[in-house]
Design a protein around this ligand. Structure first.
Ligand code: S3P
Length: 434
């Protein structure tokens, strides 16, 4: 069997402490803003995944002195400001890198070319190239500017009013980054809010504006000055969800997940399951964090989930693992108004449904979601194969599903896990009891 496949055996329960990697979204932003700030910044607790490494590598290609040692990044000031890269900029599998970099590069008076792996080159980029072109940058790409490789010749940007058809933090952050190099004002609107790490970190860096769920108003041309003191990234709430579900569905489990980011725009899964109390709650660099203690509820889970509306952006990345959770709940769980799942690292409506079917779960797909029939009275079906297709969240969700199955499950295409959580399987194996 190739090293790209895992076989995961059923488990009785999980116990112990898991320190998941630093939050991926916040890590990207800490690196980007540090690169724009005067002085040298030291950021600790950085995500160890390849996605954040891609952002760091590209900043280096733009002339930013940056070194990473384990989970600590040291980011200096580019002596001549950002400079034209001598080669194409490879974002790997990271949509956040490509869309946020597009905003930064649209503000620079030079040529850059952004590309990525096979999955990223299929993902829609018009959502950022269209508003950036309206701001005045010259952009192009395959499919009339929608697909990478993207070319960007930036500079001379004007603020715009942009009504985004998708509630996307990547689009919002892209435009906010571009606005730092523009004149006039930026107004961004979407139907729903999305993760607000960019707003929080920009405010901590001295940027002013009006920020509310679904709307940003700010003057263009503002400067970034990173706050002094400890810059520590909280543990990734999205990565915590895999372990939360494992401990919540295997009777007798008890897990401690320390220092997890519980920003309300990210903790949708915890809100959806009514996890209301946290230990050691605190806020650092504008981001709330807490320790999660997870045990299955006495008497088991009673109700399915009904997920739609404003909570969707706050748990969009957790839908594959929530789908596994839903299979252990009585009744039919519904996911609606989540069509953007089809534009993630894989078409996650298709790949999540295929994962569940490989585990013997009944699931119906819709253009914008799915219906999952839970069956907590019997284990999931072992012996099958889940095709993760390189999508990290499908691979990790499949591994958690396998713990609750009646035999070992094989998961193929697991290489994508290194984008967010290198060593995930070893961490999982260290807490399972069979
Ligand atoms: C992210 C935003 C979300 C999320 C992605 C990370 C970010 O994407 O799915 O994993 O860091 O801004 P969208 O902005 O496309 O919803």
């Amino acid at each position: 069997m190739s090293s790209d496949a895992w076989t995961v055996a059923p488990a009785r329960r999980v116990t112990g402490t898991v320190r998941v990697p630093g939050d991926k979204s916040i890590s990207h932003r800490m690196l980007l803003f540090s690169a724009l700030s005067p002085g040298t910044q030291v950021v600790r607790g950085l995500s160890t995944g390849l996605d954040v490494a891609a952002t760091a590598r590209i900043l280096g290609q733009l002339g930013v002195p940056i070194t990473i040692d384990g989970t600590t990044a040291t980011i200096g000031e580019a002596p001549e400001g950002l400079t034209e890269p001598t080669d194409v900029l490879d974002c790997g599998n990271s949509g956040t890198t490509m869309r946020l970099m597009a905003g930064l590069l649209a503000g620079q008076p030079f040529l850059s070319v952004l590309t990525g792996d096979g999955s990223l080159r299929k993902r829609p980029m018009r959502r950022v190239t269209e508003p950036l072109a309206k701001m005045g940058a010259l952009l192009d790409g395959r499919d009339d500017g929608n697909l990478a490789p993207l070319t960007i010749r930036g500079g001379n940007l004007q603020g715009i009013r942009w009504d985004s058809p998708v509630a996307s933090a990547q689009v919002k952050s892209c435009l906010m980054l571009a606005s730092l190099f523009a004149t006039g004002d930026l107004a961004y609107n979407a139907d729903h809010g999305s993760r607000d790490h960019t707003e929080r970190l920009m405010q901590a860096c001295g940027v002013t504006g009006q920020f509310s769920p679904g709307a940003v108003r700010m003057a263009c041309g503002q400067s970034i000055v990173m706050p002094t003191g400890e810059l520590t990234v909280p543990a990734d709430v999205s990565a915590s969800a895999f372990f939360w579900v494992a401990a919540s569905i295997l009777p007798g489990s008890e897990l401690l997940l320390p220092d997890v980011g519980i920003n309300p725009t990210r903790r949708g899964y915890l809100d959806a399951v009514h996890m209301l109390s946290y230990r050691n709650e605190r806020t650092e660099v504008g981001e709330e964090r807490a320790d999660l203690v997870v045990t299955p509820p006495p008497g088991g889970w009673k109700k399915p989930l009904d997920l739609y509306g404003p909570i969707i952006p706050a748990l969009i990345d957790e839908i594959p693992i929530l789908a596994v959770f839903a299979s252990r709940l009585p009744g039919v769980t519904r996911v609606r108004e989540a069509a953007d799942l089809r534009a993630k690292e894989s078409d996650r409506i298709r790949t999540t449904a295929a994962m569940l079917r490989a585990l013997g779960v009944e699931v119906l797909t819709r253009p914008d979601g799915m219906e999952i029939t839970g069956c907590p009275e019997r284990p999931l079906t072992g012996g099958g194969t889940i095709a993760a297709e390189g999508d990290h969240r499908i691979a990790m969700a499949g591994a958690i599903g396998a713990l609750a199955a009646d035999g070992p499950v094989t998961i193929t295409g697991t290489h994508g896990v290194d984008t967010s959580f290198p060593g995930f399987l070893d961490v999982l194996e260290s807490i399972v009891e069979r």
